[in-house]
Design a protein around this ligand. Structure first.
Ligand code: SF4
Length: 482
């Protein structure tokens, strides 16, 4: 991986820091922040009832000196046809909207839909926005031949940047550090840096339970001098949720076999004991996130309103529980009975000495055996480079037959293969050109099943061509169709 020092910090417009924004100020000061996830409901649910529930959730957020609290309102995670996230969030009190974070999903959306939602967020006073591409699940009865349209989170960040001349918005990005092979993990990091270059100023991780992976992300950021605040997402588990994750129904979420054994054991003695184990887990993870350099956590899976205050006060309590990183680390490892958190047989970490200390002063990177393509892949690449290096400048229907044979051409309005190592981004079910989503399975296959994620091949070819830097530097525009 490229270890060049980043110039991203230089690009931040410091005028932006002047606008009042509680969330940003707390993050920049390093005070711990707790975001509680609230889900934008499906349209089949009555809007007024859902809005009242949201107001009740807002009123349950306590006030604590030691932590800041706010809501993270997710977009298009409840189902197929949800209310607009900005309209739903607009039901919150007009005061203190800078406490909250809104997600903007590109799932089943067009560029116009997304820009409309950005405008609504702006007019409603929501500054803190996190673009996501969105999960690939299909609604029941949906025919897969009808391809869903996704707007890439990198493109949404680019859109936000281009409409935000006055620095109103504070944009974040998501990333999934819970990947365990070089082919899977490095593309995630390249895409994260690309998102920063497109204006993301903070990071929210995917949910996960392996704290070494969270440390790996912080060490990577520090070694690259990417001083961006980060928030660790943590899901409160229910038995149903962990079974779904374990059976691969939650793209990108991983529970190792040994953690599953612990969870099954916790569930043996009934709901109350299982629930109290989850609260304890939340406290240990929250304290760990703080020691590892995270600026807060985002908690999902709180099902009852009365549990919101409990979650916030448990986290506030945990902030004072451990006196040092070493004390916390031993507590965490003992709580997990030193369980293996990796999804066997995949267990790659970027650094040799994670968990020996909190900060990476003496960190050494593992030498990763980057995957190499076979002879046929290299020959195919060389022929494509010879014939198609300039196809992005040609009319869409030029060289159609050759492109069909070599790269499975789908007759896009503009051909983007010269920017993606001659792998057509439209062969990704989400049409992602700027890097992978976080949803690959543990063996690197696409979240939609079947083939390997196309971005593993793009990574492999980029490594062979010594063009890895382009994976974080080159912004690839979306197609005109969307
Ligand atoms: S090919 Fe990769 S980026 Fe595309 S949907 Fe599948 S896992 Fe996600």
């Amino acid at each position: 991986m490229s270890e060049s020092k980043s110039t991203i910090q230089m690009e931040i417009d410091f005028q932006k820091q002047k606008r009042e924004n509680v969330f940003r100020e707390r993050l920049n000061k390093g005070s711990f922040y707790v975001l509680i996830e609230a889900i934008t409901p499906e349209k089949k649910e009555d809007f007024a009832i859902a809005a009242n529930r949201l107001k009740a959730v807002e009123s349950s957020l306590g006030k604590y000196d030691i932590i800041g609290t706010g809501l993270a309102i997710t977009d298009k995670t409840a189902g197929w046809n949800t209310w607009n996230v900005a309209d739903f969030a607009n039901e919150l009190s007009k005061e203190g909207r800078d406490r909250h974070v809104l997600y903007l999903s590109g799932r089943n959306a067009t560029i116009k839909d997304v820009s409309d939602t950005i405008a609504r967020c702006r007019s409603s006073g929501f500054q803190n926005l996190v673009p996501v591409t969105g999960d690939g699940y299909f609604p029941e009865g949906y025919k897969r031949r009808h391809k869903l349209n996704f707007v890439d989170s990198v493109c949404i960040l680019n859109m936000l940047k281009s409409v935000d001349e006055d620095g109103f918005h504070f944009a974040g990005c998501t990333m999934n550090p819970f990947k365990y092979t070089p082919s899977d993990i490095f593309p995630q990091y390249y895409k994260m840096v690309k998102k920063m270059k497109q204006g993301a100023e903070f990071i929210v991780t995917q949910s996960g339970w392996d704290m070494m992976k969270l440390q790996e992300l912080r060490w990577y950021l520090e070694m690259r001098e990417l001083h961006f605040p980060s928030i660790a997402r943590f899901s409160l588990l229910t038995i149903e949720l962990y079974e779904e994750i374990f059976s691969g129904k939650k793209p990108g979420m991983i529970i190792s076999a040994e953690l599953r054994k612990i969870l099954l054991n916790e569930a043996k003695y009934g709901y109350a004991q299982f629930a109290s184990a989850q609260w304890r887990r939340l406290q240990i993870y929250a304290a760990g996130a703080k020691f590892l350099g995270y600026s807060g956590i985002q908690i999902s899976g709180i099902e009852r309103q009365e549990h919101i205050a409990t979650a916030c006060s448990k986290v506030a309590e945990a902030m004072n529980e451990f006196k040092s990183f070493e004390e916390w680390r031993d507590g965490y490892l003992n709580y997990l009975s030193r369980a293996d958190m990796t999804p066997y047989p995949y267990r790659f970490y970027m650094f040799n000495n994670l968990f020996t200390r909190a900060y990476p002063e003496l960190a050494t990177m593992k030498s990763a055996d980057l995957p190499v393509g076979g002879k046929f892949e290299k020959l195919h690449y060389s022929l494509c480079r010879l014939f198609f290096s300039k196809v992005h400048r040609h009319a869409a229907n030029e060289h159609l037959l050759a492109k069909k044979i070599f790269v499975g051409c789908r007759r896009c309005s503009t051909c983007r293969i010269p920017f993606t190592q001659f792998v057509c981004p439209e062969t990704c079910p989400k049409g992602l050109a700027n890097g992978p989503c976080g949803g690959t399975h543990i063996d690197g296959t696409c979240e939609f099943g079947g083939k390997q994620c196309i971005h593993a091949k793009i990574f492999r070819l980029s490594a062979w061509q010594k063009e890895l830097h382009s994976l974080e530097e080159r912004y690839i525009k979306p197609l005109e169709k969307i």
